[in-house]
Design a protein around this ligand. Structure first.
Ligand code: TRP
Length: 326
């Protein structure tokens, strides 16, 4: 039996951080044996929030290096840019007729983005980016989409569009399901719920042990624990969430030490930095390899784009046929 197909996508924001790894990449890597995966670089999506992106190509390459360093296998799964496969924009146009403006205006994720970025007048393209995302997914007939909570509304829209298309023209598309990432999002170093480049609260996958140590020293902890012997509350401490992820072997001991006061924040942070760097070490090694072999990275993209294109063209032929364009 053919493997089920997965479509995973990410915006090219440059070097990735440990939040990307925990919230997405780790999951993508673990899925690549069981499913047929397509890994999309959503470079057109960047336009929704930023019109001039002179570094887009450089950011794409940095991100692909992090994907590869984290264990994505480009032989198993094509890695490709949305902008290089024209069929995305074509299917997006067709899909844009199958969803109402009111439906898109109700999308909680877009609403939140508009609010957070203080956008007064949302563009047609920004409002419609979930429709482009639907095209990303359905062009490859992705049955499952590994995403975090915030992207679930987009997968719902994708399903509705697929249903509408199939009803009007005939069965072409699957009804895609969201595959929720197991580990919750990692919070940022400042305690913000989101680790994000724009908030400057990240640990990058490429950070050296010295950088990790320096960043963690400044990380927010339980504000009630002022000095070593004060009892702490690991359940409200940001560093403890990192310990749970990167230092599971010592987590019980750390929890007890923190609560009793025996373990001070500085020592806890030192342990945590060490574990994070140990985790990052093989990623950094692979990263260095690809940074020194950029042609290989470009070949991987070219190959992925060739393979993705074949599938995209076949789907569009089917679409044109059922729509009677010929
Ligand atoms: N919308 C996603 C984001 O903003 C990126 C994305 C674009 C995506 N196309 C996709 C994610 C297809 C999953 C599937 O992060």
């Amino acid at each position: 039996m053919a493997k089920k197909r997965i479509l995973s996508g990410m915006r090219p924001t440059g070097k990735l951080h440990i939040g990307h790894y925990v919230g997405a990449l780790e999951n993508w890597v673990s899925l690549q044996n069981e499913y047929e995966n397509f890994h999309l670089i959503a470079d057109y999506h960047v336009l929704t929030t930023s019109l001039r992106n002179d570094d887009i190509y450089q950011n794409t390459i940095e991100m692909v290096i992090d994907w590869l360093a984290s264990g994505l296998d480009p032989v198993k799964s094509p890695i490709f840019r949305q902008s290089q496969i024209k069929e995305h924009t074509e299917l997006h146009l067709i899909f844009s007729m199958l969803v109402t403006a009111a439906r898109l205006e109700r999308n909680p994720t877009v609403k939140e983005q508009v609010r957070d970025l203080k956008i007064d007048n949302v563009t047609y393209g920004h409002l419609g980016y979930p429709v482009l995302q639907s095209a990303d997914i359905l062009l490859y007939k992705g049955e499952a989409v590994p995403v975090g909570e915030d992207q679930v509304p987009h997968v719902e829209i994708t399903r509705e569009i697929a249903r509408k298309f199939n009803n009007v023209y005939g069965d072409v598309f699957p009804e895609s399901k969201a595959l929720l990432t197991r580990f919750a999002r990692l919070s940022g170093l400042d305690g913000d719920a989101k680790m994000s480049k724009s908030l400057n609260n990240t640990i990058l996958l490429s950070d050296s042990p010295e950088e990790v140590q320096k960043k963690l020293k400044k990380a927010k902890t339980d504000t009630q624990k002022q000095r070593r012997n004060d009892p702490g509350r690991p359940e409200v401490c940001l560093v403890f969430t990192y310990q749970k992820k990167f230092n599971p072997e010592e987590v019980t001991e750390i929890e007890e030490g923190c609560k009793s006061g025996a373990l001070g924040c500085a020592d806890c942070k030192a342990k945590c930095s060490e574990k994070i760097s140990k985790f990052l070490n093989p990623i950094i090694e692979k990263r260095n390899y690809f940074e020194n072999n950029l042609d290989e990275v470009k070949d991987i993209l070219a190959d992925g784009e060739k393979r993705a294109k074949v599938v995209a063209v076949a789907t569009m032929e089917e679409v044109h046929k059922v729509m009677k364009f010929g």
